[in-house]
Design a protein. Structure first.
Length: 567
């Protein structure tokens, strides 16, 4: 059973949803989609897509993509933020770095803060608050410089939050008290005078604080010098060896413990002064807590979402391809017009391959249109011609558009869908298999019970576990059922006779979606895959020989070998 987290406490600043009501609606929708018979997150490899966006919050990114948000205003809210960040790179880098620093400082320093019992702890606490103030000053300066260019409601909301705290009495008091405490620490105590009692053998037996000064102690090299060095000032070789090593050798195991104990002892002895410091730190911490910074952790993954989206766009453009802001249309229009479409999963694979291999892999773009003339496509063509990659690209484009992200295309006008249904058979379940065939029929029964005329259906080599003729007949009837419902979709298959049967369905007056045949192009002379999709019926040649050659399987050589063996 899916977990409905729509009642989870809302973030104090939300860069993903314009309102709390919309956040709850999207999270509730996510829980409902998880009950439907679809595995689009797995089949479209959304986890890998999320890793491209942000490897640190992959689970949260996949969840956002899996919402299939059906509220155009939510998607536009996110797209507006991306536009602002793309327009000014300083916004992305500065916001991300500063907020990261604030959160790390809060998590590792301020969160663990205890009442100071030494100068070291006191300085660590004060440095943490000074770091927070430094971040607030940077954000304030960034807002002053960039506010006139910010158009998105989301970023305005974020800066309003920081500016509100920057101008609040709590922050002003925190900053003033931090500065006052630092000034007192650096100016009040610069040296201390210690009184040491010795026994008759000059062995220290007790000590106490005599006084302190706001001036640094200057070594005069007199009595103590002569005692420790036996008359030879600054002679390392004649200083009392054990004392020298314990305090000056950084490799000494006891050094840190001894120094910390002395630090605490001195801090306690100076109680009249340090008590005020401790009280100041408590006051500063109270002001910090009043700001409510601990509720800001949602900003971290939300900024990851946007900075990852911007980096992905910039990376794609640096390779000569394009990503664009989609024009979102309501479900009722049931259409899409996508130009220059490519698959982001293959894009990354090709980039990794091209770093150390030749020949270089090229990312080929394609166009696709869903409208009243053609809404359900039968995709055929040569093996390894890019059918699966194209189907996945269409699905990812739909998901990214509804997530409020730029899509992998040069232009995109697209209607929202209520769900993306996918049917991608597992690799180990290919070939004639009666039990698999029964399973497939049951899977399509489950899909047909839920699918609507506002859904997108992506089928990849479905209905292939019985005889070719039966597969063709059953697949044709499935297409007819879905087209009567009015589903938009693509069916990638090796069943070439199905292409003609699909076109013949258009004579059925009951259809609410018209069909079209498309095929992947191949160089007729060489069998080279072009990975371009075009309208038309498939050829008779699957170009299996070129696949054999690619993997070193020489048919002619094997024929000669067989001929010799059987002479």
């Amino acid at each position: 059973m899916a977990y409905d987290n729509s009642n989870v406490k809302p973030p104090i600043i939300d860069l993903l949803y314009p309102s709390e009501e919309q956040r709850r609606a999207c999270l509730k929708r996510k829980a409902q989609i998880e009950q439907l018979p679809t595995e689009f997150e797995k089949d479209l490899m959304l986890a890998q897509l999320s890793e491209q966006l942000t490897p640190h919050n992959q689970y949260k990114m996949t969840a956002i993509l899996g919402e299939l948000c059906d509220d155009i205003s939510v998607a536009e809210y996110r797209l507006d933020i991306i536009d602002d960040l793309l327009a000014d790179s300083a916004l992305t880098t500065t916001l991300r770095k500063v907020v990261d620093k604030m959160l790390v400082n809060d998590r590792t320093n301020i969160y663990k803060l205890t009442t100071p019992d030494s100068f070291t702890v006191l300085d660590t606490a004060l440095t943490a608050f000074e770091s927070y103030c430094e971040c607030m000053e940077i954000l304030h300066k960034l807002y002053e410089e960039k506010s006139s260019g910010i158009r998105s409601a989301g970023l305005k909301k974020l800066f309003d939050f920081f500016e509100g705290h920057y101008n609040s009495k709590h922050y002003k008091k925190l900053k003033a008290e931090s500065e006052e405490l630092r000034s007192a620490m650096t100016g009040k105590i610069r040296s201390a005078t210690i009184g040491i009692n010795f026994d008759e053998n000059l062995v220290p037996i007790s000590m106490g604080l005599v006084g302190f000064s706001d001036k640094m102690y200057e070594d005069s090299g007199t009595v103590i010098d002569r005692i420790l060095s036996f008359g030879s000032k600054n002679n390392d070789h004649k200083v009392m060896r054990d004392l020298h090593e314990r305090f000056d050798d950084p490799q000494s195991a006891k050094r840190e413990e001894i120094v910390n104990n002395l630090d605490r002892a001195l801090f306690t002895e100076l109680d009249k002064v340090t008590k005020k410091y401790v009280n100041s730190i408590d006051d500063i911490l109270n002001e910090y807590r009043a700001i409510g910074f601990e509720d800001m952790y949602a900003i971290e993954y939300q900024l990851d979402f946007y900075s990852g989206a911007v980096m992905m766009i910039e990376n794609v453009r640096s390779k000569g391809l394009e990503m664009c802001r989609p024009t979102l249309l309501p479900e009722s229009q049931r259409k899409a017009d996508i130009k220059g479409l490519f698959d982001p999963i293959y894009f990354k694979e090709a980039n990794v391959w091209n770093l150390s291999n030749k020949p270089q892999k090229q990312v080929v773009t394609n166009d696709i249109t869903f409208d009243e003339n053609a809404g359900f496509y039968l995709l055929t063509g040569a093996n390894n011609g890019g059918k699966t990659t194209f189907v996945r690209a269409v699905g990812i484009c739909q998901v990214m558009a509804q997530a409020g992200l730029y899509v992998p295309a040069s232009s995109c006008e697209i209607s929202l869908v209520d769900c993306v249904y996918t049917h991608f058979p597992k690799e180990e379940q290919v070939g004639i298999d009666a039990s698999r065939f029964t399973t497939e029929v049951k899977e399509f029964k489950a899909i047909s019970d839920c699918i609507t005329n506002h859904s997108l259906l992506l089928m990849n080599e479905s209905i292939q576990s019985t005889t070719p003729q039966e597969c063709t007949d059953i697949a044709a009837q499935l297409m007819r059922i879905f087209c009567i419902i009015g589903v938009r979709g693509i069916f990638a298959t090796h069943l070439t006779p199905l292409a003609k049967a699909a076109l013949e369905l258009n004579s059925d007056p009951k259809l609410n979606t018209r069909t079209e045949s498309i095929t992947v192009t191949v160089d007729e002379a060489t069998g080279e895959r072009k990975y371009k999709i075009k309208k038309g019926l498939p050829g008779a040649n699957s170009y299996a020989s070129t696949i054999f050659e690619k993997y070193g399987l020489d048919i002619k050589a094997l024929e000669k070998k067989a001929e010799k063996m059987n002479q």
